[in-house]
Structures are given as structure tokens and as C-alpha cells.
Design a protein around this ligand. Structure first.
Ligand code: IPM
Ligand code: MG
Length: 377
């Protein structure tokens, strides 16, 4: 039987609720598709930090590193000053595990309400490939004259050919198994030096993918196009900070943060990839069992696709979409069912081979991209 090792990092707030519930869905996928996962719980987050003062320890890193993939809940708590846990755990993991890209689908599923008037599912199916290790996220910079009116802050953005090329190459590969369109999103009119590098990488890597059509959009213009004409985009590749910002907007299009999924992908297999819902720890609703588990379940579907379990990935995506379509509200008590109950419904839909497929499943495309990379060695 195919077997995968999974580190489960539930974290803070609603993280444990959605992660545990998503594991019910994983159980259903394993029984239907004939594979199994060996799971290890890794406790990191606010409780662990408050009890020990630790963030991401070398031991936890080594433990996570022994697994094929990481299923991540959320990190962040009002009991710890903002940013400490996020930088010390999430960003540190992305760096240490060389999770080169953050893959964020923006897909409106049938029957899911969107705040964008007139938007239909056929018009909203794109993927953002966010460079995940550098740009403004390198934590480089300095301050002088702090606390005086002469205070100066320098915050650097680093762009290396190496990291940009691996992100752009993945984006081309993904575009070539999708609708064959890749858009570079940047701000080349102002960030001239970084813009030159990104543009040159796009051209150079593009020589290997002659069938992919490319274009370019400034990040501010992307924010204008995204709500009114998302159908312009198939795969969008962008810098770390731009990707962070535009994918929150993307989440709104597809029905809110509760629905949005992401995968932090390590592309050379040297370390595990990590899959996380975008919604974060949501301390305001934590502990009530009202968090929408769709983001966690769709992240699980991406995890399965990345591990090469394409059929299971597509089934989890389809089951999540089917259950989402019947929800009276995107989150909170008004959903009419608890996080766990919803995952039981999703699990039942995974087990049922009559659940309608989602056409052009990104999760299945991920499995195709992973297989292509493996074949090249
Ligand atoms: C995200 C989050 C993180 C980021 C924070 C929590 C550090 O906003 O995953 O989009 O900026 O990448
Ligand atoms: Mg963000």
C-alpha cells in the first residue's frame, strides 16, 4: 500500500479545530483510494511559546523534516505581541524548509456566494504563484535615531535570480498543464532593479515553454482587474509581498478567507511542503466549532496532489466544493453546522463516487506537475 508520513501542526486559535476535522476527510480519502498516512502531532504555537519561550526549535525542525508533508492549521494569538509567532514560526518554516513558492488558488466554486456582483464560477479560476522566501520578507534592514523625529528605517527587498527562477519555472509548468497563460505581476515602473530581474527571468525561462503565452500587469492594476475581470488570468507569478496582498483580495472573490487554501511548496523534495488555510487563527471565533473547514480541506487536497495522490486530491476538492455549495453562510454560527459536522459531510462526499467532479481540478494538475518533475529527476 502507498504510504506517506504527515506532520500535523494544528497551532493556535481555530487551527486545531479545522485541522482535526480535516483529518476525518483524510481518513475517508485513504479508505477510498487505498493509501495510508502515518501522522505525528507537532505542538508549536502560542501555548508552547508561552510555556517555554521557544519559537521554532531545531528539534521541531528536525521532527518536521522527517515527514513527507506538513498539514498546518494556523499560528498567531492575542496573548503574544503581533508578528512574533508569525515570523518566528511560519516565515522561519518557509525559509528553513525551502518552500520556494506559495501556491494560492483563486477559484469560485459553484453555489458559493461572492461579494462581487455578477461574478460566475466560469470566470473565476486562477492561481497565484507567490515567491515565498525573499523579496521584502528577508528580514534585512536597519533603524537609526529610533524614538526621535530623525528616526530612519531601511527595509530591504532581496531578489535573487535563483529564487525568482525556481518560482517562475514552476509557474510556467503549471500554466502548461492549465490554460497555457502566465502573467507576471510586479511594479516594474517603480521598482526598477527588481523589475529588471523578474522580467529577464520570465524571458529566459520562457524559452523552455514556447507554448505558454505570457503577459505582464502592474500589481495595482491587478487589484483593479481582479474583481471585475478575473477571467483575464490563468497563472499569475509574483513577488512575496505582492503575492501576500493580492491573495487576500483573491480570497474575497472566492467567497472569503474561510474558503481560501494555500500550499508552501518545496520544489526539490529536500524538505517537506506545508499546506495551510489562509484564514489564520481567528481568535474571535476560536473554541466555538464555527470555523469554516473548507480552507483546511482544500489545503489538504493540495497536499494530496503534491504527494502524487491525484485522484484523492480531486475527490477531496470536489467533496469540499459540493458541501460548500449548500452552506447558508461562509462561516460562524450562521453556517448551520459545526466545523466537525461539515467535515463529516465532506468525508461522506469523498466516499461517494457520485459526487460531481470539479472540472479542471488544480489539485489534480498539481499531481501532474509533480509527476513531470519526478520524471526529470
Ligand atoms: C500569509 C500571512 C503571512 C504572510 C503572515 C502571517 C506572516 O499573511 O500567509 O499570507 O505575510 O505571509
Ligand atoms: Mg497574508
Amino acid at each position: 500500500m502507498r504510504s506517506h508520513t504527515l506532520a500535523v501542526l494544528p497551532g493556535d486559535g481555530v487551527g486545531p479545530e479545522v485541522t482535526r476535522a480535516a483529518l476525518t476527510v483524510l481518513d475517508a480519502a485513504e479508505s477510498r483510494f487505498g493509501f495510508d498516512t502515518r501522522r505525528t502531532d507537532v505542538p508549536l504555537g502560542a501555548d508552547h511559546h508561552l510555556a517555554t519561550g521557544e519559537l521554532l526549535t531545531d528539534e521541531a525542525t528536525a521532527e518536521l523534516d522527517r515527514h513527507d508533508a506538513i498539514l498546518f492549521g494556523a499560528i498567531g494569538s492575542p496573548r503574544v505581541p503581533p508578528g512574533i509567532l508569525e515570523r518566528g514560526i511560519i516565515l522561519e518554516l518557509r525559509r528553513r524548509m525551502e518552500q520556494a513558492i506559495n501556491l494560492r488558488p483563486v477559484r469560485l466554486y459553484e453555489g458559493v456566494p461572492t461579494p462581487i456582483a455578477g461574478l460566475t464560477p466560469e470566470r473565476c479560476d486562477l492561481v497565484v504563484v507567490r515567491e515565498n522566501t525573499e523579496g521584502a520578507y528577508v528580514a534585512q534592514g536597519s533603524s537609526v535615531h529610533v524614538g526621535t523625529p530623525a528616526q530612519v528605517a531601511v527595509q530591504e527587498s532581496v531578489n535573487t535570480w535563483y529564487a525568482v527562477e525556481r518560482a517562475v519555472d514552476f509557474a510556467y509548468r503549471l500554466a502548461s498543464v492549465r490554460r497555457g497563460r502566465l502573467t507576471l505581476c510586479h511594479k516594474t515602473n517603480v521598482l526598477v532593479e527588481a523589475g529588471k530581474l523578474w522580467t529577464a527571468v520570465m524571458e529566459s525561462v520562457g524559452e523552455r515553454y514556447p507554448d505558454v503565452e505570457t503577459d505582464y500587469v502592474h500589481v495595482d492594476a491587478l487589484c483593479m482587474h481582479l474583481p471585475v475581470s478575473p477571467e483575464r488570468f490563468d497563472v499569475v507569478v509574483t513577488d512575496n509581498l505582492f503575492g501576500d496582498i493580492v491573495t487576500d483580495l483573491g480570497a474575497v472573490l472566492q467567497g472569503g478567507l474561510g474558503v481560501a487554501a494555500s500550499g508552501n511548496l518545496n520544489l526539490d523534495g529536500a524538505h517537506p511542503s506545508m499546506f495551510e488555510p489562509i484564514h489564520g487563527s481567528a481568535p474571535d471565533i476560536a473554541g466555538r466549532g464555527w470555523a469554516n473547514p473548507a480552507g483546511a480541506c482544500l489545503s489538504l487536497a493540495m497536499l494530496l496532489g503534491h504527494l502524487g495522490e491525484g485522484e484523492a486530491a480531486a475527490a477531496v476538492e470536489a467533496a469540499t466544493a459540493a458541501v460548500l455549495a449548500g452552506l447558508p453562510a461562509p462561516g460562524g454560527e450562521a453556517m448551520g453546522a459545526s466545523t466537525q459536522e461539515l467535515c463529516e459531510r465532506i468525508a461522506a462526499a469523498v466516499a461517494d463516487d457520485a459526487t460531481p467532479e470539479v472540472p479542471g481540478s488544480l489539485m489534480a494538475q498539481l499531481a501532474a506537475v509533480a509527476a513531470g518533475r519526478a520524471a526529470e529527476g
